[in-house]
Design a protein around this ligand. Structure first.
Ligand code: PGA
Length: 248
């Protein structure tokens, strides 16, 4: 049985006023039946963790540096995220890969740092539209997955999110057959690599998930939850997606 998980990625959105949405979400869903994670900008992690101290909602970072500290202006380390109250961290998001040139090797190093600091990494991967059109999707996601796992990777503290780049923030959701195919290949690869532990790694879909399409996405085989961007900013929308996952 795989733990169902709903994660929200606020990206570079939200000031302290946005904590009202978290207050509303946790008040409306005091005892969620699935794991719930919100990844706000680094400036809000400590405040969100304080606010949700008595609620099962977990807080995550959106990236971490590979070093524990040092001369890296503007970066945040995994130990700092833990210190601020985070339990999770997104690594390898396509916006980091595109905006900061992160490679699979960089992502593997971040995964290792995150796990050794005690964080649960949410590893993101997915093909571009050009790669899909060229028929390379399954090969791309498999090689991103294997390339992002260091030899020491701990499968018991890991989440994987399949996010087709062309579906992120575009309102365009992958078709259910496309999601099932990618998730099937990722599940098989994780099982081959980690055995039974690989079967228990939550596999999330991400890319324009919203309250209207969530139930259909959660009905797809090997989809254990979602990583939600835009629709995680509003408590009502994120709460509706949570209800769809609880009902799935
Ligand atoms: P979106 O973002 O839901 O706004 O498409 C998903 C993500 O980037 O994690």
């Amino acid at each position: 049985m795989v733990q169902k998980l709903l994660a929200g990625n606020w990206k570079m959105n939200g000031t302290r006023a946005a904590l009202e949405e978290v207050r509303a979400l946790t008040a409306a869903h005091p005892r969620p039946a699935v794991a719930l994670v919100l990844c706000p900008p680094a400036t809000l992690i400590a405040a969100m963790a304080d606010l949700t101290r008595d609620h099962p909602l977990a807080v995550g970072g959106q990236d971490c540096h590979v070093a524990p500290q040092g001369a890296h202006t503007g970066d945040v380390s995994a130990t700092m995220l833990v210190d601020a109250g985070a339990s999770h961290v997104i690594v390898g998001h396509s916006e980091r890969r595109a905006d900061h040139g992160e490679t699979d090797a960089d992502v593997a190093a971040k995964m290792a740092t995150a796990q050794s600091a005690g964080l649960i990494p949410i590893l993101c991967l997915g093909e571009t539209l050009a790669q899909r059109d060229a028929g390379e999707t399954l090969q791309v996601v498999t090689s991103q997955l294997l390339g992002s796992l260091s030899p020491e990777a701990d499968p018991t503290r890991l989440v994987v999110a399949y996010e087709p780049v062309w579906a992120i923030g575009t309102g365009r959701v992958a078709e259910s057959g496309q999601i099932a195919e990618a998730h099937g290949v990722l599940r098989k690869t994780l099982s081959e690599r980690f055995g039974d532990n690989g079967d228990r790694i939550p596999l999330l879909y991400g890319g324009s998930v919203n309250p209207s399409n969530a139930a259909a996405i959660f009905a797809i085989a090997d989809v254990d939850g979602a990583l939600v961007g835009g629709a995680s900013l509003k408590a009502a929308d994120f709460g509706a997606i949570l209800e769809a996952l609880q009902a799935a």
